[in-house]
Design a protein around this ligand. Sequence first.
Ligand code: MHO
Length: 213
Amino acid sequence: HEINTPYEKATFGMGCFWASDSLYGATPGVLRTKVGYSGGTKVDPKYRDLGDHTEVIEIHYDPKIVSYEDLLELFWNNHEYGLTTIIKRQYMSLILYHNEDQLFSAEKSLKQQADRLNQKLMTEIASAGKFYPAEDYHQKYRLQRHPWLCEMLEMTSSLLQTSHIASRLNGYLVGLGNEQTIEKELEQFGFNEKMIDYVRKEWKTNEGGSLYC
Ligand code: MHO
């Protein structure tokens, strides 16, 4: 379940975090994802009491395989809403940077996107502060719709936030990723035939479908 590769963090708000959890979880080079609340000041926010926080995805990625710029590209192209319209803080378009390089890349890409779309974008860029992981039932939300698989994987509360396999399946089950990579990974994960068939079937059924909540 867990991978010890050195990683960097990226944090984005782009609408309902169930969708971005799946999107990034299926992206090569992403080691794990967590959904949570950040960007605000309220201490210990809860889903029903977010205060000034935003739903965000925290991504741990291997910069040797995927770059921050690649992650930004996915960010710009996968907002359900909030990119060009003002939306409540819970769902705002938000980039929380972790270092000066990320700040530089974020600002540059925001300008490029605004020029390309010839529109003012609502995205805010701010320094990453405290991240509060969301309640368990929000983590790997799509994977958790498959209790049989979760049982086979012996998922636990903490694995929902740390497991590489859980991040991947959370995307593959909704039809993200490409077939060859998925086949290769399912074998590496040591899945039995029944599990492989299950994931393969879900992937095929949902391929090309909508990610949104
Ligand atoms: N439409 C969904 C959004 C959930 S999301 C985690 C709901 O209201 O349940 O914001």
